[in-house]
Each structure stands twice: as C-alpha cells, then as structure tokens.
Design a protein around this ligand. Structure first.
Ligand code: HEC
Length: 224
C-alpha cells in the first residue's frame, strides 16, 4: 500500500486524472444536453431571439406613436397643461371678477373709493355710472388711455382738473387681461349689473387706438 505524501491535496492533483477519466466525465456532462443535429440549429434560442426582436420592434413603434414629443409635462398630472402651454389662460367670469377686485383695490380704489362712489368734485363715481355700464369700447378706451376735461356722469356735469390716468402707460402698464378683469369686476360691483369684458375685446381696442398719446375727452368718445 503506497503511502500518501503528507503534502497531498486532491484539488491540486490534476495529473492524477487519466485522459480516459476526463473524457468519461465530460462525455457524461455533454450527453445530458440535447445536441443539435450535425450542421443543424438549436431552435429554442433562435425562437427566443426572434421573439425578443419582435418585442423590441413593437415597443419602438408604440413609442413613436405615443411618445408625446418626449415632453415631460405630457403625463404630469400635477401641472396645469393650459398654464404650461404658455398660451393665455382663459378664466371663468367669477375668476376674472376675483382678479379684477384685487386689481381695483390696488389702483382704482385710491381715486374712485372702496364703494365706487368717488369724491364729489375730485373723482367721479363708478357705481351706477353710464360710462361703466355703457359701451365696452368707450370704457376700455378710458382705462387704456385716460380721460380729461369736464364729463357728464349719471346725467350730471362733473368738473375737475383731475385726469383719469392712462393705465396702458407707465407707471401702470396694465395688460389686456388685467383691464378685462378690472372692468369685469367694476361692471358688476357697487350695484352695477353689466356683463364681462373679455381680454380679446381689450386687445382689439388697444390695437385700434395704438397711436393715442394723450387722454381722451368726452367729445371724442361718443356714448355708443
Ligand atoms: C389717480 C386717480 C384715478 C385712478 C387711479 C383711476 N381713476 Fe378713473 N377717473 C379719474 C378721474 C379724475 C376721472 C374723471 C376724468 C374727467 O373728469 O375727465 C376718472 C374717470 C373714470 C371713468 C369714467 C367716468 C365714470 O365715473 O364712470 C371710469 C369708467 C374710470 N375712471 C374707471 C377707472 C378704473 C376702472 C380705474 C382702475 C383700473 C381707475 N378709473 C383709476 C381718476 C382716477
């Protein structure tokens, strides 16, 4: 009986395996797997490859049709698409009135007062005013470019050296939307019951009177 050397380690002894035994072990491993016919294909992996390629193709076509320009806002439910579009946001009339009220309390209130009654001899009233409740064109022109010299309000002569400032010009530079909102507010506040004035109407009138440099006078603004 040969004695095993003290440094023997079976893992480090490849020479111990004969060629025969290596072939036997490998042969057994190989014969466990189905072998393709000589010169043939393994259909399993080929079908899988075909299926995956088809799936990728389908996904690409689907993306092309449904990608929404890869715009991150397209599927973002937390962002108002109207606001994100950069187009003017159309408000409902109650929203216009709410915005108009806050504009009024910043600008117009100083002269026309919290109740729209003005101040006798200094500032004319907006409550029940035929200017406010009359033609949209006329009242928009007054707010865009101002008003001066004596006027008739509610059938009474109003005379003052004060002028109604042009809100289209500095320091006010009111936008069309702001003029629309403040007039929509004024036309239904203080007991007035006239309809809203839309931003598009203000845009139209601003364009038509773009060359106006000084305040209007009553004679230049017929009531209708
Ligand atoms: C600095 C003071 C002042 C401010 C601010 C002012 N107004 Fe006037 N407003 C006047 C004066 C003064 C007149 C009268 C001008 C005249 O006698 O020709 C007038 C006239 C008017 C008239 C026509 C007359 C009438 O009584 O209906 C309207 C409408 C009007 N203003 C609306 C507004 C609105 C809306 C605002 C705010 C967006 C505003 N005003 C801000 C001073 C002001």
């Amino acid at each position: 009986m040969s004695s095993i050397p003290s440094h023997y380690d079976p893992c480090l002894e490849p020479a111990a395996a004969s060629d025969d035994s290596i072939q036997r072990v490998h042969g057994r491993l190989l014969s466990d797997k189905p072998q393709p016919e000589p010169g043939g294909f393994a259909y399993g992996p080929l079908m899988l490859l075909g299926f995956m390629s088809g799936l990728i193709l389908f996904c690409c076509i689907y993306l092309v049709h449904n990608r929404g320009g890869f715009d991150p806002l397209v599927y973002n439910g937390h962002i108002d698409p109207k606001a994100a579009s950069g187009l003017p946001v159309e408000l409902t009339v109650p929203e216009m009135i709410a915005k108009g009220q806050s504009l009024y309390s910043v600008t117009c209130i100083q002269c026309h007062g919290a109740a729209g009654l003005g101040q006798p001899g200094a500032f004319p009233p907006l409550a029940g005013s035929d200017w406010v409740n009359g033609s949209e064109e006329r009242v928009v022109r007054v707010v865009l470019h101002g008003l001066k010299d004596p006027i008739t309000v509610k059938g009474e002569q109003f005379t003052s050296s004060n002028k109604m400032p042009a809100l289209a010009n500095p320091p006010y530079t009111y936008k069309d939307t702001q003029i629309s909102y403040v007039l929509t507010y004024v036309r239904q506040a203080f007991g007035n019951t006239s309809g809203p004035i839309m931003p598009a109407k203000v845009t139209e009138i601003r364009a038509a009177s773009a060359d106006r440099k000084s305040e209007w006078t009553q004679a230049e603004l017929p009531a209708n």
